[in-house]
Design a protein around this ligand. Structure first.
Ligand code: COA
Length: 431
């Protein structure tokens, strides 16, 4: 099989350009910090441990640190409640520890009243709990009871990484959903982690990714709290939560590849609000699933070359007098299609032959578009179809120039079409 080297080179070039541009953007985005956390993880500076109250000394020390962290970061939460849940054997804590230097207060030598400055500076390297999430498993979902990051490390991506570590770990244990009760201050954070308030409309949607928890219902398993917002989040099996940024780059890159290879670049107006589905984004309409009874999209065909023989189409009978506008328009379009000079106008211009066509011509028109407009009864008068023909011929002259072979074909076809239109109008008494 032969490969079109030129076009694949062009696409590769565009893709590389795009990747470079994207990498520049990535380098300057704050979420680049997440990658720094990944580096710390590979270096063993940052680590995660699942801890539960199994009675072991190390576990109890970690749980005490978690309890202190939650107590500090959630001051409105009763301390007894935090202690009860953290040390409850059904709850699990995912603990995020960072190896760092810690100043240990030196024990004051007996007899001296104040420690010397040297003694105060005793530094030790140890794993410090910088974040933790306490949760409980209920069948196929988990409830997050508390989640906190130490105040020194907040807004640096730790909260996101901790959540992603949790999702990735739970995903491998068959957990499909997370649920939590977020107070108003935390709603923003959870929303950024993919949590949302399940409304009645969302609960009834039959999305395959909308898992068992909505169907079986977690209400009844866990308590409702006053003043807190119930928020849920699906855990998608196909997502690698530990390399989300790479996946994002890959997806964006793949989308750009589609743009660069399959479509003419068109500058669309910016989005005013985030659309719910991707095909609602201007320019991505072609990603919409086909509607029922809709014909599959026509494959893009090349515009026939000048030397290609004209297609044989039935010539409309000159004796029959069409009565409705739809029949008259159909008659004139068939007249046009059966004309030997109609070859450049039968289908929309193929961008592979004229890459800049849709940038130059803002209102394209062709016979198949007119035909489909007529099938949808869009034409109300013969004047409307006449102006579409004029638009089609003007576009042709504007793009190709007066001297081109296309302009010649346009002249021949225009005469034939206008004659037929005049005749139809006369027959129907429109003139
Ligand atoms: N409200 C709105 N947005 C918040 C937020 C809050 N309270 N806290 C963080 N965010 C945003 C960040 O700005 C960031 O946005 P960006 O991705 O657009 O830059 C995003 O959420 C993730 O931030 P990140 O740095 O990963 O989170 P963090 O390390 O600051 O941790 C908390 C977030 C909520 C865990 C931390 O602020 C915390 O411990 N808060 C106190 C305890 C708490 O409220 N826990 C939740 C209820 S149990």
């Amino acid at each position: 099989m032969e490969i079109d080297d030129t076009s694949s080179a062009v696409h590769a070039q565009s893709d590389n350009d795009f990747r470079e541009a994207l990498e520049r953007v990535v380098a300057h985005r704050p979420w680049r910090l997440v990658t720094d956390l990944e580096k710390d993880e590979s270096a063993g500076v940052l680590k995660y441990e699942f801890v539960t109250n199994d009675g072991k000394e190390n576990s109890l020390i970690d749980l005490v640190h978690c309890k202190c962290l939650f107590g500090r970061q959630l001051p409105k939460m009763p301390k007894e409640y935090i202690v009860r849940l953290v040390f409850d054997r059904r709850h699990i804590c995912l603990v995020m520890k960072r190896r760092q230097e810690v100043a240990i207060p030196s024990s004051t030598p007996s007899g001296s009243k104040t420690p010397s400055p040297e003694e105060e500076k005793t530094i030790r390297v140890q794993d410090v709990v910088v974040g933790a999430v306490c949760f409980r498993l209920f069948g196929s979902f988990a409830e997050i009871a508390f989640l906190a990051v130490s105040s020194k490390e907040q807004v640096r991506g730790y909260g996101t990484r901790l959540m992603n570590q949790l999702k990735e770990a739970l995903k491998h244990h068959g957990i499909t959903d997370l649920v939590t009760y977020a107070d108003n201050a935390a709603v923003g954070y959870f929303a950024k982690q993919g949590f949302y308030s399940p409304t009645a409309s969302q609960a009834t949607k039959s999305d395959s990714e909308w898992h068992t928890c909505i169907k079986t219902g977690y209400d009844g398993y866990i308590k409702d709290y006053d003043g807190a917002n119930k928020m849920v989040c699906c855990i998608y099996k196909s997502v690698d939560y530990l390399r989300l940024q790479e996946m994002r780059v890959e997806c964006t890159s793949a989308l750009w590849q589609v743009f660069l290879t399959k479509s003419t670049p068109v500058r669309h107006k910016g989005l005013e609000m985030m659309p719910k589905r991707i095909f609602e984004v201007p320019g991505l309409e072609h990603l919409a699933p086909p509607e029922e009874n809709e014909e599959p999209p026509r494959s893009r065909r090349s515009t026939p070359r000048p030397e290609s023989p004209p297609r044989q189409r039935p010539v409309p009978s000159r004796l029959q007098v069409p009565t409705s506008i739809e029949a008259m328009v159909s008659d004139v379009i068939e007249t046009a299609l059966s004309n030997g000079s109609s070859w450049p106008f039968r289908d929309p211009v193929d961008v592979s032959l004229a890459p800049d066509y849709y940038q130059v011509i803002r209102h394209p028109m062709d016979l198949s578009t007119m035909k489909s407009k007529n099938q949808k009864n869009i034409y109300r008068t013969l004047d409307e179809v006449r102006s579409d023909f004029r638009l089609m011929f003007e576009n042709c002259l504007f793009y190709n120039g007066d001297e081109s072979v296309y302009a010649h074909a346009a002249g021949v076809l225009e005469r034939a079409v206008m004659q037929r239109l005049d005749r139809l109008e006369a027959m129907a008494g429109h003139k």
